[in-house]
Design a protein around this ligand. Structure first.
Ligand code: RAM
Length: 840
């Protein structure tokens, strides 16, 4: 029955006093009529009538801090009364400032080196346990990144803790079970503390000290329900063997010189306990290890290791005593076969020269041993290693690091290239799910709103991103300006915020709309109504900004959004961005007004879900649509601008008057064919391109675009060696030269077409409580299959064509129903496995 708490596999250290519970129904059940929840400490709801079993409200009194509850559920369905589910444990963390008696401390640090060259510090303290330890917890967080050790043993397996949030408002705390690590008597707690996002370089500008000029650490240990100690008086600190650690620049460990001398750590009474939050998303972990597929010797002391896959993470290296090794991580090789770093260095018009690409680790081994730089990450497939006389593939391990999200989606078919494209998109997501959804794991690693808006539907099919997105949306709301502007990136480092040099680039259509679209997509995929309620004010503030911005434009119709800064369709093939002032002067009224309509119309739907009056939003949406049509649809139905992206967006959002839909879709098809069956979409419209074609009678063309292998196309990426999706269509040009990021998921959103059209799994009611299976075969495929683990259970659509017969197998989880559309026949089915056969 898979009981679950909130959106977490492990509900440990949660910050929620009334967490919602979910469970699945027994196989074969069609619907729940009643349920009963009990806890091992004797609470019991008795039988409660109800059909809901996804995100059910907490049925008991609100929880207190550090409270552990073991609960079970049983259900009444068509199959009768189920047995009790297996027990499920949840535990709260510390919930309010009053729960903390420990005090923040800082390492003794008299001078601070330039960003990127700052050493990590070790902190040390003791916890005395009077007698045998039953159950013990460590609660910890930091300004910076920390790793904690109890009696020399690393605590837990989370990486890059405390994670990345808008630190000015929210800081995550972690809860660890240290029962097995503490012993009676004196216990030593040591901590490695480095700059991380808090004080190290972040974002495009490589700005440091964004949330403070000093690092700090806070920990509290509870033994058998009582506070046993924590950070405060008596702690000491020293410079660690990590001589530099920075998320962008890399990590430098001098294991030969070792750590410096101890001195007293400093109390930081100015730091309080407001804004400390518990876990709502899975932590970052080391997820997978890769062996090199090739090692190329360029010179006696210069070798390039190829992991065969572009990843986010680091390399674990075994080295001999005394070796001084440098590891340089990149995504591409230059013509000389060496790692090319030039395309990863941010170059900005107002900077005299490109900034550092970073991604360099250095280690000096004292004795033969292992180096693993856990206080930085890199986006890379290749690593150049110098300073290591001789090594083999066994000495080098690629460590894949990202949020430990549960995989929920799979796709396969009999075209190996399409499968590889799907795989590349999955890897791009994995490369960009490092506690926040990032644009790329190299150049800026920033939580770009537009990127997540575009990719979230595909991501929500592949992985459970509900908690991950909830956490990020709270940052988005925290970052929102008082004008309602949604920042380009969340968390926003102040240097990239409103008052920084990039301040004027915020408030863009298609980016800011993430405030509405992301909660909506999460609601659709997971049925989370509370998230909509939580984000409602943020959405309203965004829509308010859009309305005012549109009204302030030059056009007499206040519903045409013709003012402000917009990224526009962004990175259409062959575009030259040029300087930003010129770019800014381009007219993106079509894009902006389309998104104005999109957000207003979604908010009408959201209002209805939340029980607010949808009419004002629906009416606003209608006025915006009318404005868009008046401006962009001619009397004969022709639509301008006459571009693929505009037609895709207009059709996908429902902006085209119904009588002209057919002609608009045909015009889109003609534009594609005139371009030699090539796409011309950029960031925003690419995800909808193939779906729109398929929806409007051009499925064959959609498959032709997918199969296209000349530039611009997805297959060109694969043919030029991509293992992740590129930022630009020509991320590597015909001469093999790389530009910008080679790991950006936005264009990989095309795989949503494989899930929703090729395999045909489409959500109809939130959480897939009701869904459609409507596969659209094509592209010469003779079989395709997709599986999605929805909140209600496993959905599968699998078809094959043999001897002129299309045979479709559909799996419908308990508690749900599906509308199956095969060719032109439609049938409604309930839970179970169903097989359909049609002449094809
Ligand atoms: C780039 C980012 C991101 C995109 C913005 C507009 O710098 O990488 O992908 O959303 O520009």
């Amino acid at each position: 029955m898979k009981p679950r708490v909130e959106h977490l596999e492990e509900a440990f250290g949660i910050g929620e006093r009334s967490p919602r519970l979910s469970w699945r129904l027994p196989p074969g059940a069609d619907a729940q009529t009643a349920f009963r929840v009990r806890t091992t400490d004797g609470q019991d709801t008795g039988w409660l009538p109800g059909t809901d079993h996804v995100l059910v409200a907490w049925p008991f009194a609100a929880l207190g801090p550090a409270q552990r509850v073991t609960w079970q559920v049983r259900v009444r369905t068509s199959l009768g009364e189920s047995p009790w589910s297996p027990p499920c444990v949840l535990e709260t963390g510390l919930l309010s400032p009053a729960d903390w008696s420990a005090r923040w401390i800082r390492p003794a640090e008299d001078s601070v080196a330039p960003a990127g060259q700052r050493p990590g510090h070790e902190l040390r303290g003791e916890i005395v346990c009077a007698g045998p330890v039953g159950s013990a917890r460590l609660y910890a967080t930091a300004h910076g990144l920390y790793e904690a050790f109890v009696n020399g043993v690393r605590v837990g397996d989370q990486e890059l803790t405390p994670g990345f949030t808008q630190y000015a408002s929210r800081l995550q705390t972690q809860t660890y079970d240290v029962s097995a690590l503490l012993r009676p008597g004196v216990n030593e707690i040591t901590v490695l503390l480095t700059d991380g996002w808090f004080r190290g370089q972040v974002g495009l500008l490589r700005a440091a000290d964004q949330w403070g000029a000093a690092t700090a650490f806070l920990a509290q240990v509870h033994v058998d329900g009582r506070v046993a100690g924590g950070t405060g008086d008596g702690w000491t600190s020293r410079v660690s063997a990590v001589r530099a650690a920075d998320l962008i620049e890399g990590q430098h460990a001098d294991l030969a010189a070792g750590p410096g001398p101890w001195s007293p750590a400093r109390l930081a009474p100015e730091l309080g306990f407001d804004g400390l939050v518990g876990a709502v998303a899975p932590p970052v972990r080391r997820i997978e290890e890769l062996r090199p597929v090739a090692i190329t010797t360029l010179a006696p002391d210069r070798r390039v290791v190829d992991l065969g896959q572009n990843i986010n993470g680091w390399v674990r290296l075994t080295g001999p005593a005394g070796a001084e090794v440098t590891l340089t991580h990149g995504e591409a090789l230059g013509a000389d076969g060496d790692v090319d770093m030039t395309h990863l260095a941010p170059a900005l018009p107002f900077l005299p020269h490109p900034l550092s690409a970073g991604q360099v680790d250095r280690v000096t081994f004292a004795s033969a041993g292992v180096f693993e730089p856990r206080h930085t990450t890199h986006g890379f497939r290749y690593v150049r290693i110098t300073g290591l006389a001789d090594f083999s593939a066994d000495d080098v391990t690629g460590v894949v690091v990202h949020s430990d999200l549960t995989m929920t989606g799979w796709f396969s078919c009999d075209d190996e290239r399409i499968e590889r494209l799907h795989e590349a998109a999955v890897w791009s997501f994995r490369g960009n799910a490092c506690d926040i959804p990032t644009d790329c794991p190299t150049r800026e690693r920033a939580g770009w709103t537009g990127d997540w808006q575009v990719f979230v539907p595909a991501a929500a099919f592949l992985y459970d991103v509900a908690g991950f997105s909830t956490k990020w949306l709270r940052d988005l709301a925290a970052d929102q300006w008082d004008t309602g502007v949604v920042a380009n990136i969340s968390p926003t480092p102040p240097a990239e915020g409103r008052h920084g040099p990039l301040g004027g680039w915020n408030g863009s259509a298609g980016w800011g709309d993430a405030a509405v679209i992301v909660p909506w997509e999460i609601y659709r995929a997971y049925g989370d109504v509370r998230l909509l309620a939580e984000q409602w004010d943020s959405m309203r503030a965004w829509l308010g900004f859009v309305e005012r911005s549109a009204a302030a434009g030059a056009h007499p119709d206040p519903h045409l959004w013709d003012s402000g800064f917009h990224w526009g369709e962004w990175l259409v093939p062959g575009d030259v961005i040029g300087d930003m002032a010129t770019y800014q002067a381009r007219d993106f009224t079509d894009v902006a007004t389309a998104y104005f309509y999109r957000s207003a119309s979604l908010m009408a739907e959201i209002a209805a879900v939340l029980g607010h009056d949808p009419a004002p939003y629906a009416e606003l949406a209608e006025r915006v649509r009318a404005a868009w049509q008046a401006e962009f649809v001619a009397a004969d139905g022709r639509i301008r601008p006459d571009t693929q992206a505009n037609l895709v967006r207009a059709l996908a959002f429902g902006l085209v008057p119904p009588e002209h839909t057919r002609a608009a879709a045909d015009r889109l098809a003609a534009l594609i064919r005139d371009a030699g069956t090539h796409l011309a979409t950029g960031f925003l419209a690419t995800a909808d391109l193939l779906p729109v074609l398929a929806e409007h009678g051009h499925a064959a063309l959609a498959y032709d675009l997918l199969a296209q292998d000349t530039e611009p196309s997805w297959m060109t990426m694969l043919d030029r060696g991509a293992t992740t999706v590129w930022e630009w269509w020509d991320g590597v040009n015909a001469d093999g030269v790389a530009r910008d990021s080679l790991n950006h998921y936005s264009k990989g959103a095309v795989i949503g077409f494989l899930h929703r059209y090729t395999a045909g799994i489409r959500c109809l009611e939130a959480g897939y409580r009701r869904f459609r299976i409507a596969p659209i075969p094509g592209g010469g495929l003779t079989r395709a299959s997709a599986t999605h683990d929805s909140p209600y259970g496993r959905i599968r659509s699998s078809w094959e064509i043999t001897d002129g017969v299309l045979r479709l197998t559909v799996e419908v989880p308990p508690g749900t129903s599906a509308e199956v559309v095969v060719l032109s026949a439609t049938e409604d089915v309930g839970p179970g496995t169903h097989i359909f056969e049609h002449a094809y």
